[in-house]
Design a protein around this ligand. Structure first.
Ligand SMILES: [Zn+2]
Length: 199
């Protein structure tokens, strides 16, 4: 299964590739084109999302994954939201991607497109720290709302605030490969939502 991976960096791509492969039970590979939502580039992400959704169709891929950290957004997603709910990154990203357009186009025998959206609260590091059993003392949903909190999440997971690629891979990949999916869904609503989309 080949997906366009629209993520913030290479480590995010690695982690989501492993998680999707495990949860979907089929090898998931990123397309050759490395689509990126640069950190802090939220407006850019909303602008790019519909082009990436259509590009996945045009390239004959199986769909796309859009993943961007919540990073302290005013509203976090709830299942009660209607698409486009103002202030919720997940709903805004989903609405911006306009996936109903490519989903309505003929597939000429290819499997149906899948479009997946993930907005870890507050960041992907939160998911991985919860998976590692870190005790947030009730702050797992709030730590990382601001820059100093996000720096702390990096120090907790990687040991340093500005890890290099190998340090990130060495810490993140074993967690992605071994984490208990059901247990993480119980403690992280944003991961539970992601899991729901996959089932
Ligand atoms: Zn929402």
């Amino acid at each position: 299964m080949k997906l366009a991976f629209c993520v913030e960096d290479d480590t995010d791509e690695d982690v989501f590739r492993v998680l999707l492969t495990r949860i979907l039970g089929t090898e998931v590979t990123p397309s050759e084109t490395a689509y990126r939502f640069p950190r802090g580039g939220w407006t850019n992400a909303l602008r790019l999302a519909p082009f990436i959704a259509k590009d996945a169709y045009n390239k004959g891929l199986d769909g796309a994954l859009f993943a961007i950290d919540n990073d302290g957004a005013a509203s976090t997603h709830s299942t009660a939201h209607k698409d486009g709910t103002e202030g919720c990154p997940l709903c805004e990203l989903r609405a911006a991607a306009r996936v109903h357009e490519p989903l309505s186009w003929p597939r000429h025998g290819l499997p149906a497109l899948r479009y997946l959206f993930a907005v870890p609260v507050q960041t992907l590091e939160t998911w991985l720290l919860l998976a590692r059993g870190y005790d947030f003392k009730g702050e797992s949903e709030t730590l990382g709302r601001d820059g100093s909190g996000r720096a702390k999440l990096k120090r907790l997971l990687y040991g340093v605030e500005h890890p290099d690629r190998d340090t990130m891979r060495n810490a993140a990949l074993p967690l992605a490969e071994s984490l208990d999916v059901k247990a993480l869904a119980k403690v992280s609503p944003s991961f539970a939502d992601f899991l729901t989309q996959l089932r």
